[in-house]
Design a protein around this ligand. Structure first.
Ligand code: CA
Length: 224
C-alpha cells in the first residue's frame, strides 16, 4: 500500500515512516503541503496521513484542495490538540478519520488498515468494458488483462480516476513521467498515441480536449 505521510516535525515524521514501513506500507514522507501537492501530482497513492499543523499552507487547506479537485483518496488527519474543533474541521474538510497526538503506532496502523479496507470496498473504476483492478493494479477488458508499460498504466490510471471528465495535460505528464520533465515536447502525445492503439479493441477511447487535456470515455457503440 502506497502511503503519503505529510508531517513537518522531522523526527516524528521519520519515526512514523520507519514504523509504517516495517509494517508493510510503502511510505513517501513530505514535510510541507507544497511538497505533498507536488507528489500528489506525480504519484499515485492509496492512503494519506496528514498532519493538520503545517507551516505555510496547513493540512486543512491541503485537504480542501484535494477534495476540491474531486479526489476521493482516503485521508487520516493527525491533530495536535485533539480538540473537538480541529476534528470537526478536519472531518468537514473531507477527512475520513482522525487521530489525536500523541498516539500509539498500533492504533495508527489499525485505523489505516480499516480505512484501506473501506476504500477497497469501493467499486473498481470502470469505463465501458474497461476496468481497473485496484488490488492487482492491472487493467482488464472483459476478462483479458491489457499489456501496458508503466507509463501507459500510470496515464490510464489517471484518466480512470475520473472517466468522462477532463484530466489536465500537466497531471498526466506528472503521472507518466514523474518529476523529470521529458525533453521532448511531444512525449505525452507519444504515450497517448500508443495507449490509444492498445485501447482500440476495448471500445474505450481517449479524447483530446484542446487546451484542457484528455478524457476517457466509451466510444459510441456500433450502429444498430
Ligand atoms: Ca505539525
Amino acid at each position: 500500500m502506497r502511503l503519503l505521510l505529510v508531517e513537518d516535525e522531522p523526527e516524528l515524521g521519520a519515526t512514523l515512516a520507519r514504523v509504517l514501513e516495517r509494517r508493510g506500507f510503502q511510505v513517501a514522507h513530505r514535510q510541507s503541503a507544497a511538497e505533498a501537492l507536488a507528489s500528489l501530482e506525480h504519484e499515485l497513492f492509496d492512503l494519506v496521513v496528514l498532519d493538520l499543523g503545517l507551516p505555510g499552507m496547513d493540512g486543512l487547506q491541503l485537504l480542501q484542495r484535494l477534495r476540491g479537485r474531486g479526489s476521493t483518496l482516503p485521508v487520516l488527519v493527525l491533530t495536535a490538540r485533539g480538540g473537538v474543533g480541529d476534528r470537526v474541521a478536519g472531518l468537514n474538510a473531507g477527512a475520513d478519520d482522525y487521530l489525536a497526538k500523541p498516539f500509539d503506532p498500533d492504533e495508527l496502523e489499525a485505523r489505516l488498515r480499516a480505512l484501506a479496507r473501506r476504500a477497497g470496498l469501493r467499486d473498481d473504476p470502470e469505463c465501458g468494458e474497461l476496468r481497473l483492478d485496484r488490488g492487482a493494479g492491472a487493467f482488464y477488458w472483459k476478462s483479458q488483462a491489457l499489456e501496458l508499460t508503466p507509463r501507459e498504466s500510470a496515464l490510464l490510471a489517471g484518466l480512470m480516476e475520473r472517466p468522462g471528465r477532463a484530466v489536465t495535460r500537466a497531471r498526466l505528464l506528472g503521472l507518466a513521467f514523474g518529476a523529470e520533465v521529458p525533453a521532448q515536447p511531444e512525449a505525452l502525445e507519444v504515450v497517448v498515441h500508443r495507449l490509444r492503439k492498445k485501447l482500440a479493441p476495448t471500445g474505450v477511447q481517449i479524447t483530446t480536449l484542446r487546451g484542457l487535456g484528455y478524457l476517457l470515455q466509451p466510444s459510441r457503440g456500433d450502429e444498430d
